[in-house]
Design a protein around this ligand. Structure first.
Ligand code: ZN
Length: 414
């Protein structure tokens, strides 16, 4: 008598997954598990078997079958641990200036940058913001991103930020993808004293936590935004409340914020573009995930092989889109994988571990997603490719054919 399953996927040319559920650094990043002519059985949205096609068809039966005829490869869904996907408008004019060398801070001083997006975002109705953000998440899905973090940050005023966090909570309920909600302290509103603003944030944090409006808090530690001392004020509170923290550090200026990661309970550090070698040394052996953005680093012509350096420094690395209207306006995850090889010096095996299991850790989702194992969510991306090595090779192209979210098959139409 065969066991019943809700979905069987079989004749998978390659199942490609991180070796196990552990956080990966150094040599472990080079390892993947590959099952040829593989099969997977899913029940109640969870993986109940991952093995050969023969074993899966011998042991299980289902009304619902997907025969991939040995023409497709399957990976865990990509996890994007850093996005600013909730915004209105776009900033293509600034983009054209920036690629010619005008600085981010100079554009911001002229009322552009985050302030422009703040206006474009807060002028939209809640319904309109939800509609356009859902469309962007569907685009992310079509590139294989099945779990993602969404930051607030374009409301600036506390009450506007809370409105954005409420929208993220609604999206969590209405969208199939796993969503992690982050309250981002992006900039101090122009007409508010910073001290008053920080006090407002500290006062509202318990409410945000109790109402399940935030999973994480993030602070943009940067010239013109928040100093290391400002961050300490907030981190003292998050520490008491047990809120997870990720930080934007060392993107345009190094303000010495890395030392915060050693004192407070911080899950991830994003950017690390200007972090010094001696600072990186201090992160060695720590379970703090470093997140870098190969596309953004490409657009802004940053030095090459930074990813390599971070891996060689012993940091568990993750790669992400940093999708936002100012510095990284793309959700093309296979392209980001290509760039992580070409410009950041990663191998394809490293890039896959950095896009799946390590990103799951950055979002505290490691027990749910990030590798294909019994008990985890049935979240997969299926490519019309014959080997995972073709993902970076077909530069800028997208061969995603299906995504499977929580055991549900969704065909990607191009
Ligand atoms: Zn960011």
């Amino acid at each position: 008598m065969k066991e019943s399953a809700d979905l069987l996927i079989y004749n998978i040319k390659e199942i490609v997954t991180p070796f196990d559920s552990k956080l990966k650094r150094s040599r472990d990043l080079k390892e993947l598990k590959i099952i040829e002519t593989g099969g997977i059985a899913i029940k109640d949205g969870r993986v109940i078997c991952v093995s050969s096609t023969d074993e899966v068809l011998d042991r299980f039966e289902s009304q619902n079958k997907l025969d991939l005829k040995n023409e497709n490869i399957l990976l865990p869904g990509f996890i994007d641990p850093h996005t600013h996907i909730l915004f209105g408008g776009s900033r293509e004019d600034e983009f054209l200036l920036k690629i010619k060398g005008e600085s981010y801070l100079s554009i911001q001083k002229k009322g552009g940058g985050i302030y422009k997006t703040q206006k474009d975002t807060t002028s939209l109705s809640e319904g309109e913001l939800i509609r356009i953000t859902k469309n962007k998440i569907l685009t992310a899905n079509s590139y294989g991103i099945l779990s993602l973090e969404i930051k607030s940050g374009y409301g600036l005023y506390i009450e506007k930020e809370i409105e954005l966090l409420k929208i993220i909570k609604k999206l969590k309920n209405e969208i199939k993808s796993n969503i992690v909600s982050t309250f981002l302290l992006h900039l101090v509103p122009k007409d508010i004293d910073k001290k008053i603003f920080l006090n407002e944030v500290k006062t509202v944090l318990p409410k945000l936590k109790n109402e399940y409006l935030i999973d994480f808090i993030d602070i943009f530690v940067e010239d013109g935004a928040f100093t290391k001392e400002d961050a300490i004020e907030i981190l003292e509170e998050t520490q008491k409340l047990g809120i997870f923290v990720s930080l934007h550090i060392d993107q345009f200026n190094n303000l010495g914020a890395l030392s915060l990661a050693l004192k407070y309970n911080i899950k991830s550090l994003s950017h690390l573009d200007l972090t010094t070698d001696s600072e990186l040394e201090k992160l060695k052996e720590k379970d703090i995930i470093g997140i870098i953005f190969p596309l953004e680093r490409f657009i802004f012509k940053r030095e090459e092989n930074r990813g390599r350096k971070l891996i060689d420094s012993g940091i568990p690395l993750s790669i992400s889109t940093d999708f936002n209207p100012g510095t990284s306006p793309s959700l093309n995850f296979p392209l980001i994988i290509s760039l992580s090889l070409i410009r950041e010096g990663l191998t394809i095996e490293e890039a896959i571990n950095c896009s799946t299991i390590n990103s799951a850790y950055a979002l505290n989702l490691q027990n749910e997603v990030g590798s294909i194992e019994v008990g985890k969510r049935g979240d997969f991306v299926i490519f019309s490719l014959k080997s995972f090595k073709e993902i970076p090779y077909y530069f800028g192209m997208n061969f995603v054919k299906y995504v499977i979210i929580n055991g549900e098959v969704i065909k990607v139409d191009w």
